[in-house]
Design a protein around this ligand. Structure first.
Ligand code: GLC
Length: 651
């Protein structure tokens, strides 16, 4: 077979050689002031340019002014690199020398809403010691940008990527905070909401005034012809709020593509100006000291007629092009993908040249699934073949976050082990909304879709795990059961391959907060039940040992500390083991000489893993459970208490 000649690498070099001298001329003064640094920048540029060229060519090569696009992009790269503060350039060098730093067992994350946690950015400073006490070194602040008043989808309708919501603080405060966190060894993580802007963003406002350049920033249509053709294949993301993915804009007298809410306008990435404008916003944020960007709603950024317009190949190309640009200007910047889609598609975003980090929605959903069924077969089966990801990347594991829980497991995985996926999802929804007679959970339905019967689940970790119900019944045995469930899921989040991500509030056992029901702007969005303003006055209450909050907090700290002492817990992988017991879920973590066998009991009843299975996993001598310091004698069966998790050192 003849291999087709690939002309692109050669053309990439040619174009760079043509454009770079012009750009060097434009910025000659500044470049002249830092010749060594410029040299390092150019090395990175030469290293990444070929793939950036290829991606851009795939996306925009067919447009007559492609060379102009390349010129503008190179200009952007140099401009943002020149603007990058010196201390961040130092961090870039440090990270380049240790590019896999985030795979360390020492990395532990937390996520919070600034306004709910500390009212504003200025006051967040006072809590750095709290984050340190918890052991966090990765802090994700939920969207804090300028947004429309009223409903703004919890900050995910951004009106200006360069201005914070004035109620929360200023951009200066944000970069100051980033520096303070950095000094304390905590990396700042922010959202990059790049699928859409709010309809109040300056680009949307200009589009509304019929400015053709800005209308081309969005997908707009004069009539229903195309929207109707697209709509046939699209799903409703927020079906209780609205049907369909298009919104009529009276000012423009056109339909606008709005995948989420009607005030969130999808950006049109087939326009190279949009790509460059958003790349600039990305680099601007990187220059404020952000080390990880959570790429929001990655699946939706490219539209193609006749498809569901999710996970299109160009979505990957766009992210890879952003990745190449980041590697040139701000090499310490990492991407985390937020792809809450089918597990086959989630994996596609994970690559060192795309997103080095990814949420693990499948693990999250299946932990809740196993907690409800008390059986681990779906969890075990799915994790065995769906956990591996490319080297140099890692999962971000969470039990709860600001969003709902959807049952994203693969239907065929379920069928392969004798589970009817549709029936099972119905059961799980009933279980977690408390409709099932045996349920311990106090979840709230989210986005019930009358057409499909589909629904998702809102609720806090503790309320879903039975604590709210137990407390309301004032039943101390039920309370202890809920505590054990919580500790079980925490133990897995902390020990399985990846970065554990704590949803702040869960460290002290935050329960559902129903006050959103009296706020008309959010009453229809049950996710606010787990976005609570309620606080535990940690600094004062840290010593009040009689409270459940104190217990939860200290158990969490203890687990994080233990993780940090175990090199075997680094990296994003793990090997699922055969436990021989349908209620147990076990995996092996290993690094160099250290081997840790982790076994988790999903049932309330004691469960046994017999000596034969233990032996097959490498348990040869007496081994210690690192959580309790108990010793398991070799050759004996292991009996786990209800919901117990053991970390056996079998090195
Ligand atoms: C992401 C966010 C979610 C938001 C959506 C639209 O999925 O996590 O909260 O509603 O994007 O921006």
């Amino acid at each position: 077979m003849m291999v087709e000649y690939d002309w692109r690498p050669e053309q990439a070099v040619k174009s760079l050689n043509r454009i770079l001298p012009q750009v060097e001329k434009t910025f000659a003064d500044k470049i002249g002031q830092a010749p060594d640094e410029w040299h390092k920048f150019k090395n990175r540029l030469h290293r990444e340019w070929e793939r950036l060229f290829i991606y851009l060519h795939q996306l925009y090569g067919w447009q007559y002014d492609f060379f102009y696009t390349l010129q503008r992009i190179l200009n952007t790269l140099v401009q943002y690199w020149l603007e990058r503060p010196a201390e961040l350039k130092l961090l870039d060098e440090k990270r380049e020398a240790d590019p896999c730093w985030f795979l360390s067992e020492k990395v532990v994350g937390g996520v919070l809403y600034v306004d709910l946690f500390s009212d504003n950015l200025a006051k967040l400073d006072d809590h750095i010691s709290y984050f340190k006490k918890l052991g966090l070194n990765y802090l994700h602040l939920m969207p804090l940008f300028a947004v429309p008043k009223g409903d703004n989808d919890g900050g995910y309708a951004v009106s200006d990527y360069r201005a914070t919501n004035p109620d929360i603080g200023t951009m200066e405060e944000l970069s100051k905070l980033a520096a303070e966190l950095r000094d304390e060894g905590i990396s700042l993580v922010l959202d990059f909401v790049f699928n859409h802007t709010s309809d109040e963003h300056i680009w949307a406002q200009k589009a509304k005034s019929n400015h053709p350049d800005f209308m081309a920033y969005y997908h707009t249509y004069p009539d229903r012809e195309l929207p109707d053709q697209f709509q046939k294949y699209l799903r409703d993301i927020f079906p209780t709020v609205r049907k369909g993915d298009f919104t009529w804009c009276e000012e423009m007298k056109r339909w606008v593509w709005t995948t989420f809410n009607s005030f969130q306008w999808d950006l049109n990435y087939s326009n190279p100006k949009v790509f460059r404008a958003m790349a600039e916003e990305m680099l601007f944020l990187a220059n404020q000291g952000v080390e990880v960007l959570r790429l929001d709603a990655v699946a939706f950024i490219w539209k193609r007629l006749g498809t569901n317009c999710e996970n299109q190949p160009e979505a990957h190309t766009i992210i890879r092009a952003f990745n190449a640009m980041a590697k040139i200007v701000a090499p310490c910047l990492l991407f985390k993908s937020e792809a809450i889609v089918h597990p086959d598609d989630v994996i596609q975003y994970i690559h060192t040249e795309e997103c080095q980090l990814s949420y693990n929605p499948l693990l999250m959903a299946l932990l809740w699934e196993a907690l409800a069924t008390r059986e681990t077969k779906l969890l075990e089966y799915s994790m065995r073949h769906r956990y591996p990801i490319p080297a140099g990347c890692t999962w971000v594991n969470f039990i709860r976050c600001h969003d709902d829980i959807g049952w994203t497991f693969d239907d065929q995985d379920a069928r392969n082990i004798g589970i009817d996926p549709a029936v099972h999802r119905k059961f799980l929804n009933k279980f977690y909304t408390g409709e099932h007679p045996d349920s311990f959970a106090k979840g709230i339905p989210f986005q019930f879709n009358a057409d499909t019967g589909d629904v998702r689940i809102s609720g806090t970790f503790s309320s879903l795990a039975g604590l709210e119900d137990a407390i309301s019944k004032q039943d101390s045995e039920l309370i202890e059961q809920a505590v054990r469930r919580i500790n079980l899921l925490r133990s897995i989040m902390v020990s399985i391959g990846g970065i554990p991500l704590l949803y702040i509030g869960d460290e002290w056992g935050m329960l559902n907060d129903y006050s959103y029901l009296s706020d008309p702007t959010i009453v229809n969005d049950s996710r606010w039940v787990h976005r609570s303003r309620k606080r535990w006055n940690a600094r004062e209450d840290l010593t009040d040992q009689d409270t459940l909050e104190w217990r939860f907090f200290h158990e969490m700290v203890k687990l994080f500390d233990l993780r940090k002492q175990l090199p075997a817990l680094q990296n994003g992988g793990m090997d699922v083991i055969h436990t021989g017991n349908p209620h147990l879920f076990g995996y092996l973590r290993a690094f160099k000489d250290q081997k840790i066998l982790i076994i988790n009991n999903f049932s309330e009843e004691p469960q046994t893993m017999d000596a034969v299975h233990l032996n097959a996993c490498g348990v040869k001598d007496d081994v210690m459970n690192l959580i309790t310091n108990d010793v398991l004698s070799s050759g004996k069966d292991l009996v786990l208490n209800g919901h117990q998790s053991v970390w056996l050192d079998i090195s």
